[in-house]
Every structure is written in C-alpha cells, then in structure tokens.
Design a binder for this molecule. Structure first.
Ligand code: THU
Length: 134
C-alpha cells in the first residue's frame, strides 16, 4: 500500500465544496466530508435528509458510497465540516463506518487536532470479531 502525504488544506476545501451540496431542510445543518484514499484520490460527500428524519444520510454515508463508486480502497485521511466550515467530529455511527474502511495509518482532522482512528473509536468492534465466534 502507498503511504501518501496528506494535504489537509485540499481536504478541507473538498469538504467545504461537498457541504454546499447538502440537502438538510429538516435540521438546517449542512455537513460536508472529504477523505484522501490510500492511493491518492480525494473523495467527498454531503448529508442528505428526508421527511422520515431518522433515515437521514450523514455526509460520511455519501463519502463511503463514493469511495466504492470510484474504485474502492481504504481511507488515509478524513476531514468533516459544518455549514460554517468549522471542523466537525463524525458521529458515532459514522466512526464505525470509517473504521471499516480505514487504512492502517488513517488520520482524522478533529476539533482536538489530528487524531488516529483508534483515538476516535477506541476498542472498536470490527470485521475481526465476526470471525472470532465462529
Ligand atoms: N451529520 C452528518 O452528516 N455527519 C455527522 O457525522 C454528524 C451529523 C448530519 C446528519 C443530519 O443531517 C445533520 O447532520 C444533523 O444531525
């Protein structure tokens, strides 16, 4: 696997650009997410809500869909913003989603600075646990 350097400014710009596409008429809380893949692509996503509020899709859901639509692979770095362009922490469900597709050296821009996947989702449940009980 390639270890690629992270251009955090480029990721921030991609997240802000994605946020402009958000469909969030119910929460009025637009979110944009962007990630660098381990092979150097930048992918992104926005949140898409619907009238059944609980079924709304987080920006990370679109991002992971785009990951697979553009060749798959693993995530090297992640950046998420709110409507003001402020760094946003991924919600709990989306930390699990990101964990599934993490590269070993994955980093996330957080409100506390750059963090690893293990720091934002310690002791994570993952694919390995599905094997252990079989
Ligand atoms: N949201 C995201 O898109 N990602 C997160 O990690 C946190 C929450 C969205 C979901 C909903 O459309 C809005 O933010 C308010 O919760």
């Amino acid at each position: 696997m390639n270890i690629v350097d992270v251009d955090w400014a480029a990721l921030e710009a991609a997240a802000v650009a994605a946020m402009a596409h958000a469909y969030a008429p119910y929460s009025n809380f637009a979110v944009g997410a962007a990630a660098l893949t381990a092979d150097g692509r930048i992918i992104s996503g926005c949140n898409v809500e619907n009238a059944s509020y609980g079924l709304s899709l987080c920006a990370e859901c679109a991002l992971i869909g785009n990951l697979h639509m553009t060749g798959g692979g693993l995530l090297r770095a992640f950046y998420c913003v709110d409507a003001g362009g402020n760094i946003l922490m991924p919600c709990g469900r989306c930390r699990q989603l990101l964990y599934e597709f993490r590269a070993p050296d994955m980093e996330l821009m957080t409100t506390q600075g750059i963090r690893t996947m293990d720091q934002v989702l310690p002791d994570a449940f993952g694919p390995q646990h599905l094997e252990e009980t079989r």
